[in-house]
Design a protein around this ligand. Structure first.
Ligand SMILES: [Zn+2]
Length: 97
């Protein structure tokens, strides 16, 4: 099975996807330079409410701190294209993560 083509239309992440993502991301936070491995939360990069898709490409693990920045503080995920992410602060903030 080609796991990258696994698509779920629910929030549930199929086991095969979980394993593939853990392998890709090495079990640490996806933000470049962040090596937190405890309390990771699986994050959907695109609003699930809009797309209703759970796929390999839009999922990644974020540590507590970075997950909160994205979820509650309006930070935007930038995909570096090398399987790491950056965070862009919302307008008006200057301290990049
Ligand atoms: Zn982090």
């Amino acid at each position: 099975m080609d796991v990258q083509s696994v698509v779920s239309t629910t929030r549930h992440v199929p086991n095969a996807l979980k394993i593939a993502i853990d392998e890709r991301d090495g079990g640490t936070c996806k933000v470049r330079g962040c090596d937190h491995s405890l309390g990771l939360e699986r994050h959907h990069t695109q609003l699930f409410a809009e797309h209703h898709l759970t796929t390999y490409e839009i999922l990644g693990d974020l540590c507590d701190e970075h997950h909160d920045l994205v979820t509650y503080r309006g930070y935007e995920i930038i995909d570096h294209g090398d399987s790491t992410w950056g965070l862009r602060p919302p307008r008006g903030h200057t301290n990049a993560a």
